[in-house]
Every structure is written in structure tokens, then in C-alpha cells.
Write a protein that binds this ligand. Structure first.
Ligand code: KIV
Length: 255
């Protein structure tokens, strides 16, 4: 799909029933995100999520999938050392059934990415807004607006890919920056709040179903509006990703 230019539809899921609906709706990549700390556990950040939490939800999601590719998040500080990272990835893949793990961070994670990928763990690097850094950043903010930080992110993408990353995900960045990272990357790039010119789109399931609490980020679209069942909302999301109707300009952070 990356080579042919077909847009890839991705969505988070945390349990078997919703995973089954996403799979049936045509979602191609299902992520068990550490966003579960917010939308399932009800916390204000993802920092409290543990590897055991992700394994538990990944096992559940795996039973609901018959076709979609299953990716699982490595939570806060669970990949801070090589030993922790390989143990965490082993649990996510062997117990959880994940086919790929995702970890936040740029060039600083190159050593861990190289270590994991060389041992058969497919890795998706997560750039741009890294929610696990929320207490360091002082909030959930758009990243890469300044030229120097944008250049740093392009370099982070290059370094991660060189270290063996099989996919990249970029969150909350100006659309032009996401476009330039995608054009230079040799691996698929998933965007969330990163504009239309990436290979794949992802959203948090609770957001597309309109059941998230609190302030809804600009990049979210509630696909339940005007529809009366969840499967139709998920299908509409997939259709809009495929056709390019989602994301629209209003969901992005400018050039
Ligand atoms: O945790 C998560 O669900 C994520 C997505 C928002 C990309 O990382």
C-alpha cells in the first residue's frame, strides 16, 4: 500500500468487541495505544500505563482481529534500557500477539530501535507530540512549528529509519513538515494531526465515536454524527481516509 500510494486506515482499540468491528470495517492497522490510560482508565495522561496493561488489552484485541495488523504501544519508561525494552517487546509479542511495537522518541531511541529490530521486533517510531513527555513539555502541544525543531524532527526520522524502524508515526505537527518527512521516508508514515500528505491516518477509537471526555483536539472528527451505529461510523472513517476526505484542512495545524 505504501508503494502503490493507497492510504492506510488505522485506529486504536482496547478490547475484542471493538477490535472485531474495526476489522470488519476495513481498518488495516489496529493499535493498542497507551491512550488507554486516558480513554479506558480515565486518567489525564498516559504516564501511568504499564506494560502489563498493554499486554492485557493486546491479548483481548488480538482475539477480535481476523485480518488487521496488530501494533502495541511500549508505555512510559518501559524501554529506557535494552533489557527492559527487549523484555517488554517479548511480552507484547509473545503474550499479547502484537506484530509490531511502537515507541516514542527520536534519535535518542536509535540504539533501542536498532537493538529490537535486529532481534526480530518490528518497530514503529513515534515523533512529533510524544504524550509520554507531557510533564516535560508542560502540556499537549503542537510540535515542530519552529524551523530548528522541524529540522530536528526530519533528522530524527532519518536516524530512526536508519536504525531499522519499519514505520513512523507523527503526531500534532504542521502538515508541511509531515509531508516533507513522508516524502523522504522509505517506510510508511502514519499521521495523527499531521495533515493529509502522509501514508496512513490514525485516530483514537473513542474520539471517532464521540465518547471521549474533555476538550476534543482539533484533529479529531466524530464519525457518529449523522449515523446511528458504530459499524457505519467506522466504515465512514475508513472510506474518508481512503478517499482523502479525512483529514480536511480544518483538522490540521497549517503548513
Ligand atoms: O496511544 C495512542 O493511542 C497513540 C495514538 C494517539 C497514535 O499513540
Amino acid at each position: 500500500m505504501h508503494d502503490s500510494g493507497e492510504k492506510i486506515a488505522c485506529l486504536t482499540a482496547y478490547d475484542a468487541s471493538f477490535a472485531r468491528l474495526a476489522d470488519a470495517a476495513g481498518v488495516e492497522i489496529v493499535l493498542v495505544g497507551d491512550s488507554l490510560g486516558m480513554v479506558v482508565h480515565g486518567h489525564g495522561t498516559t504516564v501511568g500505563v504499564t506494560n502489563e496493561d498493554i499486554v492485557y488489552h493486546t491479548q483481548a484485541v488480538a482475539t477480535g482481529l481476523s485480518r488487521a495488523f496488530l501494533m502495541a504501544d511500549m508505555p512510559f519508561l518501559s524501554f529506557a534500557t535494552r533489557d527492559a525494552a527487549i523484555h517488554g517487546a517479548q511480552q507484547l509479542m509473545q503474550k499479547g500477539g502484537a506484530k509490531m511495537v511502537k515507541l516514542e522518541g527520536g534519535a535518542v531511541q536509535a540504539d533501542i530501535v536498532e537493538f529490537l529490530t535486529a532481534r526480530g521486533v518490528p518497530v514503529c517510531g513515534h515523533l512529533g507530540l510524544q504524550p509520554q513527555m507531557v510533564h516535560k513539555l508542560g502540556g499537549f502541544k503542537v510540535q515542530g512549528r519552529e524551523d530548528a525543531l522541524a529540522e530536528q524532527m526530519r533528522e530524527d526520522a532519518r536516524v530512526l529509519e536508519q536504525a531499522g524502524a519499519d514505520m513512523l508515526l507523527i503526531e500534532c505537527v504542521p502538515s508541511g513538515l509531515a509531508r516533507s518527512i513522508t516524502q523522504s521516508a522509505g517506510v510508511p508514515v502514519i499521521g495523527i494531526g499531521a495533515g493529509p500528505d502522509v501514508d496512513a491516518q490514525i485516530l483514537v477509537m473513542h474520539d471517532i465515536l464521540g465518547v471521549s471526555r474533555g476538550r476534543v483536539p482539533r484533529f479529531v472528527k466524530n464519525f457518529m454524527l449523522g449515523r446511528d451505529d458504530i459499524e457505519a461510523a467506522m466504515k465512514a472513517y475508513v472510506d474518508d481516509v481512503k478517499s482523502g476526505a479525512f483529514p480536511a484542512a480544518e483538522h490540521g495545524f497549517g503548513e
